[in-house]
Design a protein around this ligand. Structure first.
Ligand SMILES: NC(=O)c1ccc[n+]([C@@H]2O[C@H](COP(=O)([O-])OP(=O)(O)OC[C@H]3O[C@@H](n4cnc5c(N)ncnc54)[C@H](OP(=O)(O)O)[C@@H]3O)[C@@H](O)[C@H]2O)c1
Length: 246
């Protein structure tokens, strides 16, 4: 398979690159930093099945151009959009709207730009995988921007899933719980049921192989959040407030 992965220079995206290469697939690893892409190539021991592509997903023109050039050389069987950022709001009363812009620029519009860049040339039978987050399922404290961006892209991808059925392109949404990566290493609160990046990559690969429309892990954490969402708002607020900075 030819698999294109964004956010390939760190965390979940990087582990997916290494695991798909180990299985003998051709991987196009996308990142915004040439140094980080070079380090990834070195870590993959200059695997001949690895190629790289550089663009910043928040730059629409750059993203469309880079992805078009990439697809002129490769027929993509699977596209995994993992690039994303996380910023929390510490002072809710005086929050900076620019923070919300930054988070949406990467997590919502960055994914939209990437989808617009790959979709017109994707063929029947190919898969488009969008990584959102279980954060979209519960109103966590300080996660106004991050959670909203993930809820928005989950909805966008879900709607696209229906509309692309006739084109024979499968849209898969991925909602991870906490995964140990540089993104969550920066967190200053307890992260229940955090899984390793190897476990995350294995769960995503397995779900894609099985052609699941939606992949969520760890499943039990997903069930808990779905249950919490049905509780009265007063209870939800009390629980959310407990996820304070330590
Ligand atoms: N870790 C978790 O617990 C968790 C849980 C749920 C969902 N997720 C989602 O999973 C995805 C991967 O997260 P992660 O934990 O692996 O994070 P990570 O280790 O911080 O990796 C994020 C990746 O996205 C890239 N990226 C960020 N902004 C970009 C931009 N403007 N243009 C191009 N690339 C950009 C980063 O590039 P640089 O290396 O250049 O910064 C990096 O490769 C994200 O969408 C995240 O929201 C993560």
């Amino acid at each position: 398979m030819n698999i294109l992965i964004t956010g390939a220079t760190s965390g979940i995206g990087k582990q997916l690159v290494l695991d798909y290469l180990a299985d003998g697939h051709h991987v196009i690893a996308c990142g915004r930093s040439q140094d980080k892409l070079d380090s990834l190539a070195a870590e993959a021991k200059a695997d001949e099945h690895l190629s790289t592509c550089i663009f910043d997903v928040t730059d629409r023109e750059q993203t469309l151009e880079a992805l078009q050039a990439c697809q002129e050389q490769n027929n993509l069987d699977c596209v995994i959009l993992s690039a994303g950022v996380c910023e929390y709001i510490d002072d809710a009363k005086h929050f900076e709207p620019e923070l919300v812009d930054r988070v949406f620029a990467a997590n919502f519009f960055g994914v939209v730009n990437s989808i617009a860049g790959v979709l017109p040339r994707m063929k029947r039978g190919s898969k488009l995988v969008v990584v959102d987050s279980m954060a979209r399922m519960f109103q966590f404290t300080r996660a106004e921007a991050y959670g909203a961006s993930k809820a928005a892209i989950h909805y966008f991808a879900g709607s696209l899933r229906t509309d692309l059925i006739k084109e024979g392109i499968q849209v898969i949404t991925v909602s991870p719980g906490f995964v140990k990566t540089p993104m969550t290493d920066a967190n200053d609160f307890e992260m229940p049921m955090r899984v390793t990046v190897e476990q995350a990559s294995a769960a995503i690969k397995k779900g894609i192989d099985k052609g699941k429309p939606h992949i969520a892990f760890p499943r039990i954490f997903g069930f808990i959040l779905a249950f919490l969402q049905r509780l009265p708002y007063r209870v939800q607020i009390a629980l959310s407030k407990r996820m304070k900075q330590s």
